[in-house]
Structures are given as structure tokens and as C-alpha cells.
Design a protein around this ligand. Structure first.
Ligand code: NOJ
Length: 549
């Protein structure tokens, strides 16, 4: 465990995200599953991660790759069974790895029994569990609001009454197959509290909360205005939901954690979710979206630590996940930032440069104070697959935007494990083709090809996590910036640890140190080349600036 000795695990853990559809295929249908995850647990144990977060694996029509849940207490047959998941949780615990399940409380699937009942009759009591509303205008043909979906397009779909006349509309902030729950209704609250208990009773150590800032809506359903508060993002009533959830996790033995997917530009509002009686942690999307630029990163790190300090929550450091362009690709572009609005097909990238920066970013993110997230394949240096044929693309973000947004399939391509050609051990021999095609060039990126190669991304991650576990300075704790040339990030973590990241165009000398622990690339004598990071064992510095955490 890499955390400060007496702190709970989630304050300083390395958490690995498994996207079950693309991790490993045990049954040969070309789609990853629980059997596949169990067969590859040794990879995660060797990597040294503290916990695994599993993206949704529940029964689902898969309109949004499982983020459209039809039954929160079971497993989709494409992934396996509940008994297999229970075995996986036990096997992970046996090798010292904690488990986190993904709960999707903002919306369900249109195949969920409550929604089916609500659709069956305008008088069904289940209608109250969602947002059904008459349309505007004399014939109700205008949707109730003009809210815009993060998935592009409408947020309302009109229903048809049993007598075939046009009926009410229902709200779906995401795809039409994902109706939003009405969190003002006590039955919705009770149901999710029971779902949390269901998974906590099965021994999971944490819950990742999907779209965590969107559950509460302004019940008057006003229009969204550019300057006013959003009627459906970060509405104050959401905090009461999480206070209830925190009471539940606190009532369980062990340290059970609530981790929110909170995309909010306002840092103070973001930190509100992390008050001591709410969530334990939330993803740091500012860091993920930040440019590969020393001043921007330093400002982002400072803002992050400053926002977390008053609520006493640990920061999190995230470079990639199943929703964003892989950072090897991002960091090789002229514009290294990430935003959903700017996602486009065919932006030129230099993958060699992106890989060098990704290696340096790994050492940065794994040495900042707090918890670090690793998205599957990041440890293999995988890049975004940008040439998936149109007919194989599955992401509603791609289809709903008419292909303007390339969607998220490119970061969800199945993992290469072994061998020289697809499916690279993702599926057993003779199996169906993987659900998305893997690039032939991934033959150098398989786990097998990288194992034992000291220059590989995989061995860099293994070494970094091993050192992180061994050094009390790393994980949760404090840091202080050290004086450094322009374009260079240098910080100290007590006791005796320094990280230097060179984002400038020139090589820079290393500060005095007792030994070199790890570098993201070759050093030129005692000079740190551009786009390279190094971890050093150092004496305690004389601080020149205030500690930032
Ligand atoms: C956030 C998830 O990470 C994403 O994959 C999903 O499409 C949306 N929430 C809707 O559930």
C-alpha cells in the first residue's frame, strides 16, 4: 500500500480502470468478459495496482456500452454471471487488490422494468420515477425544454399513448435509451440505497458514481441560460443524496469509498462534493484536459490541491479513461488539451513524441499527492485508434453527432496481450474477431512483448508503482515546489523524494541527489532531456515557497 501508513487506502491508491468489454475475452465471442478478467488478474497483481474499477457489466441493451442499465443487481450474460463476479471480487482480494463497481444513478435503460411500466400507461405510478412532461404548444408537439445533451441533440423524446395518439415527452440527458430518474421521488432514493448495499454486501470496496453531478434537476424545468445556474448540472439538492450514501458506506466495516464522476469547471463547487459527509474522492478532469505545458500543469496542480485542502479530501490524478482520446495521441498533437467540444477526426499527431510525453506524464501523475488512476492499456502505451471503419463504430456520441464527433470507440479497442497479430491473445484461439479491430502495429505493445524490456511503457509503470509502494513520500501527503528553470516542474515530497519533469525544449541539469530512482527516458549524463521526467532520492530541501498541500 502506497498511502500514508495510517490513512485509508483510497487516499493514495493506484486505481486501474477495467473496461470489461475490451479487457479480455474468456468465452471466445470477441467481447471481453468476467472470465477474461479473472484469467488476467495476474497482470494487475504484477503491475502492483491497489484497486480495480470495473465499468458497468450489468444487463443492458448496450445502447451506450452498458451505461444504460436494465438491472443493477445482475450481470449481463455477455459478460458472465453474478457468481463469477463474486468469485472475481474474492480472487482480487486474495491478491491484495480492492474492487470498485460503477453505479449509474442518473438514468437507466429504456429496457428497465420501471421505465417499461411507465411507458405502458400514462397513468402508471412509475411515470413519477422519471421526468414525463406534456410538450409545449397547443398540440404538445414542442419538447418541454431546449436543453442540449452532452451526446449532442435532443434531451426529450415523445411517447406514443396506448391508443396510438402522441403522448407525453420524457427526459434523457444522454441517449433516448437512457431515461433520467426523478431523484425527488423517495422510491428512487430507496432503490439506489438498496443497490449500494447489494454491492457493498458482496464485498466491493468502492462505488464509482456515473454522471454524479447530474442527478438532481430544477423541478420547474427552466431553460438553461449561458450565465445562470444549470437546471440539470450541479443542482444543490444533489448533495443530500450523497450525504445519505455516505451514511451507508460509513455503516460498513473497512474503508468503503464513494468516487464521483464530477465534471465541473468551478473548483469550489467541485469541492462541495468532497465535504467530509459526502463523497470520498472525485475524478480530476482538469488535469486530464490540461495542456502539456509546465505553467498550465503547475497552475492546475496548485488549483487542485488548493480546492481539496479545505474539505480534507485527497486529490486524484487522471490522464485517460474510456470517454477521452488516449493521451499518447493527445500529447503528440499541436494542441495537447482535451475537450469533448474539440474532438474531431484526423487531427495530426506524432506518436513518438506523444509516447515520450506520456512516459513523463506517468511519472508526474504517479508522484503527485493523492490517488492515481490508470486506464487499461495506458500502461502499454496504447494510442487512440482513429481509423475504425464507420460501420463498426458503436458509440452513440459518434452516431448522434452525425460523425462530427469521432466518438469514444478509439480508446475502447481490445487490449493486446500476446502474439504477433490480432486478436493478440484478447480472445482464445479460433474465437470470433474482437468487437473492434486492433491495429496490426500493436504487436510491439502486447503485455508479452513489453515484459522484461526495461525501455517499455509496461516496465516503466511496473517500476513506478513498485517504488510508489515502497516510498512513504508517495501516495497521500504533501508536496512543495522547488526552484526550476522555465518550462520545468520540480517538486519535493517528504521524506527525501524529488520529481523533475522537463517540458522545455532544452536539456536541464539534475538537482543534487543521493540516487536516481527512475527516469521516463534516457538521460544525457546528468542532463534531463526535453519531455522526460525523473524521480530522485534527495535530502530535505530548504523550502523556498509555501507547501501547497
Ligand atoms: C459517463 C460515462 O463515463 C460515459 O461513458 C457515459 O456515456 C455517460 N456517463 C452516460 O452514462
Amino acid at each position: 500500500m502506497s498511502t500514508a501508513e495510517d490513512g485509508p487506502w483510497w487516499r493514495g491508491a493506484v486505481i486501474y480502470q477495467v473496461y470489461p468489454r475490451s479487457f479480455a475475452d474468456g468465452d471466445g465471442d470477441g467481447i471481453g468478459d468476467v472470465a477474461g478478467i479473472r484469467s488476467r488478474l495476474d497482470h494487475l497483481a504484477a503491475l502492483g495496482v491497489d484497486a480495480i474499477w470495473f465499468s458497468p457489466w450489468y444487463p443492458s441493451p448496450m445502447a451506450d456500452a452498458g451505461y444504460d442499465v436494465a438491472d443493477y443487481r445482475d450481470i449481463d450474460p455477455v459478460f458472465g454471471t453474478l457468481a463469477e463476479v463474486e468469485a472475481l471480487i474474492a480472487e482480487a482480494h486474495a491478491v491484495g487488490i480492492r474492487t470498485i463497481v460503477d453505479v449509474v444513478p442518473n438514468h437507466c435503460s429504456d429496457a428497465h422494468p420501471w421505465f417499461q411500466a411507465a411507458l405502458a400507461s400514462p397513468d402508471a405510478p412509475e411515470r413519477e420515477l422519471f421526468w414525463f412532461r406534456p410538450g409545449r404548444g397547443p398540440d404538445g408537439a414542442r419538447k418541454p425544454t431546449d436543453w442540449v445533451s452532452p451526446f449532442a441533440g435532443d434531451t426529450w423524446t415523445r411517447t406514443t399513448n396506448p391508443d396510438s395518439t402522441p403522448g407525453d415527452w420524457y427526459l434523457h440527458l444522454f441517449a433516448p435509451e437512457q431515461p433520467d430518474f426523478n431523484w425527488d421521488h423517495p422510491r428512487v432514493r430507496a432503490e439506489f440505497e438498496d443497490i449500494l448495499r447489494f454491492w457493498l454486501d458482496r464485498g466491493v470496496d468502492g462505488i464509482r458514481i456515473d454522471s454524479a453531478a447530474m442527478l438532481a434537476k430544477d423541478p420547474t424545468l427552466p431553460e438553461a441560460t449561458p450565465d445562470g445556474p444549470s437546471p440539470f448540472v450541479d443542482v444543490d439538492a444533489v448533495h443530500d443524496i450523497y450525504r445519505g450514501w455516505r451514511r451507508i458506506t460509513d455503516s460498513y466495516p473497512g474503508d468503503r469509498a464513494l468516487i464521483g464522476e464530477v465534471w465541473l469547471p468551478d473548483h469550489e463547487r467541485f469541492a462541495n462534493y468532497l465535504r467530509p459527509d459526502e463523497l470520498h474522492a472525485a475524478f480530476n478532469f482538469d488535469f486530464l484536459g490540461c495542456a502539456w505545458d509546465a505553467a498550465a500543469l503547475r497552475a492546475c496542480i496548485d488549483t487542485t490541491l488548493t480546492a481539496h485542502a479545505p474539505v480534507g479530501a485527497p486529490a486524484t490524478w487522471v490522464l485517460s479513461n474510456h470517454d477521452v482520446t488516449r493521451h499518447v495521441t493527445r500529447y503528440g498533437r499541436a494542441d495537447t488539451t482535451f475537450s469533448f467540444a474539440a474532438k474531431r477526426e484526423g487531427i495530426p499527431t506524432d506518436l513518438e513524441l506523444g509516447t515520450r510525453r506520456a512516459r513523463a506524464a506517468a511519472l508526474l501523475s504517479l508522484s503527485l499527492p493523492g490517488a492515481a488512476y490508470v486506464y487499461q492499456g495506458e500502461e502499454l502505451g496504447l494510442w487512440e485508434v482513429e481509423d475504425i471503419p464507420r460501420e463498426l463504430r458503436q458509440d452513440p456520441m459518434y452516431h448522434r453527432s452525425g460523425g462530427v464527433d469521432p466518438g469514444r470507440d478509439g480508446c475502447r479497442v481490445p487490449i493486446p496481450w500476446t502474439g504477433d497479430e490480432p486478436p493478440f491473445g484478447f480472445s482464445p484461439d479460433g474465437a470470433a474477431a474482437p468487437w473492434l479491430p486492433q491495429p496490426a502495429d500493436w504487436k510491439d505493445r502486447t503485455v508479452r512483448a513489453q515484459t522484461g524490456d526495461p525501455t517499455s511503457m509496461l516496465e516503466l509503470y511496473r517500476a513506478a508503482i513498485r517504488i510508489r509502494r515502497a516510498y512513504p513520500a508517495l501516495g497521500d501527503g504533501t508536496m512543495a515546489w522547488l526552484p526550476a528553470p522555465d518550462g520545468v516542474l520540480a517538486f519535493h515530497r517528504p521524506p527525501g523524494f524529488t520529481c523533475l519533469v522537463n517540458l522545455s525544449a532544452a536539456a536541464v541539469p539534475l538537482p543534487p541527489h543521493t540516487n536516481r530512482l527512475l527516469a521516463s527516458g534516457p538521460l544525457d549524463d546528468d542532463l534531463l532531456p526535453p519531455d522526460t521526467a525523473v524521480w530522485l532520492r534527495t535530502a530535505e530541501p530548504t523550502p523556498t515557497g509555501p507547501a501547497t498541500a
